[in-house]
Design a protein around this ligand. Structure first.
Ligand code: SAH
Length: 276
């Protein structure tokens, strides 16, 4: 899809803010509406996660891109600053796209940005995105529900306390637990689960950088998960899936995952492209 259609600045007194879900990474996993709003934007406020690089490169040079990307432990802009930024641009008459990884309302602080817009009288809309909650396990061939195996799934931010509801989900062999932002907290989660009597054999999978060329899938079990994570150097972004659906033999024979070029070849092509 084209970047910004030749679109002249408009003279609306108040612009608007669209909180746009960008999906897990590839630009073609964004919705058509997300692409359209990007093509109409005056200002794009982007995160680190999601389809940033590819999509931002394609924008018309007249579009102002503001990177507020957060790395764990290195907050480049506070949430208050982001709220103020999107509101101020909209009040100045601009169309603002707040591009976020995955879905804006799944651990994306989209609700806070929406409240800030409402409080300032700025028109605001939310455009759903493909959340990593479902799409990242799926990139590893893991269905979060599977008839006869898992009939529910529990989604949790790993940075928070290990609550009763998470322990209940982990205890139930018919529930899949999906942990986001869990890399640092993993040893704490495993410890709490084992102390609660959850079987150490409960299957567990790490899916790092799902849907990107850096995607890596590691299957292990709850009991040894912290050691495995240390051994492989588990790193962000990663989704941790715990439950029977993460068992290696769930689909036999193994499903044909989308074919991907070997990394080395892609790297070479990129280098050649950069030199050209
Ligand atoms: N709103 C986002 C989630 C934001 S929280 C969504 O709906 O997907 C950020 C967390 O999402 C990361 O710590 C990681 O757990 C997960 N995540 C997002 N994109 C990912 C990807 N491509 N691969 C693996 N994990 C991802």
């Amino acid at each position: 899809m084209t970047a910004r259609a030749a679109r002249e600045p408009h003279d609306a007194v108040v612009g608007r803010v669209d909180l746009v879900g960008g999906g897990p990474g590839p630009a073609d996993l964004m919705t058509v509406r997300a692409h359209r709003l990007l093509s109409e934007a005056d200002v794009v406020v982007a995160d680190r996660l999601g389809p940033t690089a590819e999509v931002l490169r394609a924008l018309d040079p007249r579009v102002q891109v503001i990177d507020v990307g957060k790395r764990p432990g290195h907050h480049t802009a506070t949430q208050d600053e982001i709220n103020r930024l999107i509101v101020d641009h909209a009040l100045a008459g601009r169309r603002v796209v707040r591009l976020k990884g995955g879905d804006p309302f799944v651990f994306g602080r989209g609700g806070e940005e929406m409240l800030a817009c409402i409080a300032a009288g700025v028109p605001v809309a939310v455009i759903p995105g493909v959340s990593s909650v479902i799409s990242v396990p799926q990139a590893a061939g893991i269905p979060v529900t599977h008839r006869g195996t898992a009939s529910a799934f529990h989604v949790v931010n790993g940075q928070g306390a290990v609550t009763e509801s998470t322990l209940a989900a982990l205890s139930d062999p018919t529930v899949t637990t999906v942990v986001l932002m869990g890399v640092t907290a993993l040893p704490r989660i495993v410890e709490a689960a084992l102390a609660h009597g959850i079987p150490p054999e409960r299957p567990l999978a790490f899916v790092e950088s799902g849907h990107t060329r850096r995607q890596r899938i590691t299957r292990t079990e709850l009991g040894g998960a912290a050691e495995t994570a240390g051994a492989i150097g588990l790193s962000n972004p990663a989704v941790i899936v715990i439950g029977e659906v993460a068992r290696a033999g769930l689909f036999l024979p193994e499903p044909a995952l989308p074919a991907r070029e070997p990394l080395e070849i892609l790297e070479i092509l990129e280098t050649l492209e950069a030199l050209a």
